[in-house]
Design a protein around this ligand. Structure first.
Ligand SMILES: [Zn+2]
Length: 63
């Protein structure tokens, strides 16, 4: 099961193919090649990457 790299919550909803949403801290997660990419939805609807905040180890998804 996917954990949110930001808040470690397991309260993750699936919103698309390889796309997820954290209901706890309200960020979008997407899976690519075993790495979780994190995005914040801005007020104007654009996505900004939060990947800089995390080490690659923290973003690795072990299925
Ligand atoms: Zn979260």
């Amino acid at each position: 099961m996917l954990n949110c790299p930001n808040c470690q919550s397991k309260d993750i909803g699936k919103i698309g193919i390889n796309q997820f949403y954290c209901w706890n801290c309200f960020i979008e997660l997407s899976l690519s090649k075993g790495i979780i990419n994190t995005h914040q939805v801005e007020e104007d609807g654009t996505l900004s990457s939060l990947d800089d905040l995390f080490e690659e180890d923290e973003r690795r998804y072990l299925s």
